[in-house]
Design a protein around this ligand. Structure first.
Ligand code: DP6
Length: 324
């Protein structure tokens, strides 16, 4: 019997310029490039053991057994790279405060890519890890790296991967996550983005304007320009959500409380505070701001949200191996 184990930790990331549509469903190639910030606060730890005595894959998440079909197609990709690797046991734990509805496929598949490839005896470069993580979930492509990360869309499996833009963030930027709903999404991101690509008449304009936003946002990161980055991120997020409203049938991730949070941020801004919001495939609002102003923003948000609904997160590291 041969057995090989490895454990990895990967952090989640929030896109400032969004990925919202695929040009290849199977390879998970995005229609446009995207830019994200990896966060310290939310992460997944995953242990993978390949063992020649195992007769099937098994998968535990937060100490609960799940159907292995959630991980087996991904493990098959690792087995293609090392056909000696047999079945695997996968044990994952999401470290997300109070099941905050921010558990993300990004940290999950980035941690699984690193743990599974290492346990299978492969020593993949970070570029190849990013390509592998991409096959699990698009946003996982970016969670291999820390700090600000760009996903180059590419045209094939070979050239669609993430690159670090500013890995060790040494300027004043953070995110406040406002937890509005902990429930499952009504429309999954996979389904939502497929629907907008197929039915929104505005989709070509999204791709074109996002490509322009991305170039400007990468420059803003390099210049440490929080205001410009925030403006670009907020407007890009609103365009993504406008696509959803323009799909057939239409859908929206906004809840009344999302709009309350957005209004508070807009009002603070009119008073001269540098803060901007973004939303992903769910109602939670994330605020981009500086630590210098975060107390003031939290205090304004406290008029409408309980303290446990507001979580402060800072730039976080890339995926790494941890003790089994
Ligand atoms: C709104 O990466 O979850 O968060 O590739 O189908 O697994 P799949 O989708 P996923 O979509 C993330 C969408 C987003 C924007 C982003 O992270 O760029």
């Amino acid at each position: 019997m041969t057995s090989q184990k490895a454990s990895a930790r990967a952090h989640t990331n929030i896109a400032l310029i969004k990925y919202w549509g695929k040009k290849d469903q199977q390879l998970i190639l995005p229609m446009n490039g995207s830019l994200s910030l990896t966060l310290d606060h939310f992460y997944t730890d995953t242990m993978v053991e390949f063992n020649s005595a195992f007769t099937e894959d098994t998968f535990y998440l937060n100490q609960k057994k799940f159907d292995a079909t959630k991980v087996s197609p991904f493990l098959d990709l690792v087995r293609q790279l090392n056909p000696q690797a047999g079945y695997a046991h996968v044990i994952s734990k999401n470290h997300v405060p109070n099941a905050a509805g921010l558990a993300s496929s990004a940290s999950a598949f980035a941690a699984l890519a690193l743990a599974a490839s290492t346990a299978a005896g492969l020593k993949l470069s970070r570029r190849d890890l990013s390509r592998l993580a991409r096959r699990g979930s698009g946003s996982a492509t970016r969670s291999i790296y820390g700090g600000f990360v760009e996903w180059l869309p590419g045209t094939s499996d070979q050239d669609s991967y993430a690159v670090p833009i500013d890995e060790k963030v040494d300027w004043d930027i953070e995110m406040l996550a406002i937890i509005i709903d902990r429930k499952q999404k009504k429309v999954s991101s996979r389904e939502g983005m497929q629907r907008v690509v197929a039915t929104s008449p505005f989709y070509p304009a999204w791709v074109k304007s996002t490509n322009t936003d991305l170039i400007a946002a990468v420059k803003a990161v390099k210049q440490h320009n929080l205001k410009l980055l925030g403006q670009l991120a907020e407007s890009n997020a609103l365009r993504m959500h406008a696509l959803n409203l323009s799909a057939r049938p239409p859908f929206s991730y906004f809840e009344p409380q999302s709009l309350v949070a957005m209004n508070i941020i807009e009002k603070l801004r009119s008073q001269g505070v540098c803060c901007y919001y973004t939303l992903d495939a769910g109602p939670n609002v994330k605020v981009i701001c500086s630590t210098a102003e975060s107390r003031q923003i939290i205090s304004a948000l406290s008029a409408a949200f309980a303290p446990e609904q507001i979580i402060e997160a800072f730039p976080g590291p890339g995926a790494k191996l941890i003790e089994c």
